[in-house]
Write a protein that binds this ligand. Structure first.
Ligand SMILES: Nc1ncnc2c1ncn2[C@@H]1O[C@H](COP(=O)(O)OP(=O)(O)O)[C@@H](O)[C@H]1O
Ligand SMILES: [Mg+2]
Length: 269
């Protein structure tokens, strides 16, 4: 059953606080400068910003895949790498392994046998609507289905925090909407914490209770917008005046963030 809906930021206990976090790469690029960000348990927090504003860098720092060059990440409560799930834009599945075995992988790496893992794998596949596809291999799946496998693989260890780096950016809009809906359903049922990177205003507003808008050169937090709309959110919300108004607000903040970015406006990947 869904728990009490989160309608605004600042309700759950603090899970992680980034304090004055900076990241300067060895080539001299300041990817992040003086980032202060508090992530609360149960948040669905989006990092929204233009290409190059340090979204992926921030996510990698939170994942422990990289370390800050200044500032600290202050984790509250015991959390280790197995409490963190990561979903990338590319589903990065093992091409020779079937769906079941791809989702089993993180448990297998922890020493859990196929038989012992089966209930958890089967449950996660049901949660992402892939029951019946256990024996399919990745090349037989659509892009959306591959992403579902990737989400099931990240969630099979029941992480407390799920980090997603533009997971749906390569999908068509209909598939993206479906995955947005299904991800929200999963989040509402399990009530883990999500940090979601996107450059889509519409996606960030639809999904999140908090949208953190970032600016580039140097990458930094520009502003935060609370999305005060109740969950569950569905197609009614997606077509509502409230949603349109919030998207306009987020879009204005994003335009402002882009205009305050120093240096040449560049590329676009
Ligand atoms: N490993 C790296 N070495 C040097 N520069 C990097 C590295 N990774 C990212 N950058 C630079 O840091 C900045 C932020 O990158 P990134 O976090 O990937 O931004 P985003 O995900 O918002 O597009 C960019 O200017 C990028 O070129
Ligand atoms: Mg990125």
């Amino acid at each position: 059953m869904a728990q009490a809906p989160v309608t605004a930021s600042g309700q759950g206990p603090v899970l992680l606080a980034l304090r004055h976090v900076g990241k300067v790469f060895s080539n001299g690029v300041t990817a992040l400068s003086d980032v202060d960000l508090t992530i609360r348990e149960g948040d669905f927090l989006s990092l929204l910003g233009p290409s190059g504003c340090g979204k992926s860098t921030a996510l990698r720092l939170i994942a422990g895949l990289s370390t800050p060059t200044s500032g600290v990440l202050d984790w509250r409560g015991a959390i280790d790498r197995s409490n963190i799930g990561f979903v990338f834009q590319e589903p990065t599945l093992l091409p020779w392994a079937n769906v079941f075995d791809n989702v089993w992988l993180p448990l297998r790496l922890k020493g859990v046998s196929r038989a012992k893992a089966a209930p958890a794998v089967t449950e996660m596949l049901a949660r992402v609507h892939l029951t019946g596809f256990e024996n399919a291999v990745p090349r037989e799946l659509s892009g959306g289905m591959k992403m579902r496998v990737s989400i099931a693989r990240a969630m099979v260890t029941k992480p407390r925090i799920l980090l997603m780096d533009e997971p749906f950016a390569a999908l068509d809009e209909i598939t993206r909407f479906k995955l947005n809906n299904d991800l929200l359903e999963l989040w509402q049922d399990e009530r883990f914490t999500v940090v979601f990177v996107t450059h889509s205003v519409f996606e960030s507003v639809f999904l999140s209770n908090r949208v953190v808008v970032m600016a580039a050169r140097p990458g930094r937090v520009h502003a935060e917008l609370a999305i005060d709309a109740a969950y569950p959110r569905d197609e009614v919300f997606r077509t509502s005046p409230d949603y349109a108004a919030l998207c306009r607000q987020a879009s204005d903040i994003l335009v402002n963030a882009i205009n305050t970015s120093a240096g040449p406006h560049h590329d676009g990947h």
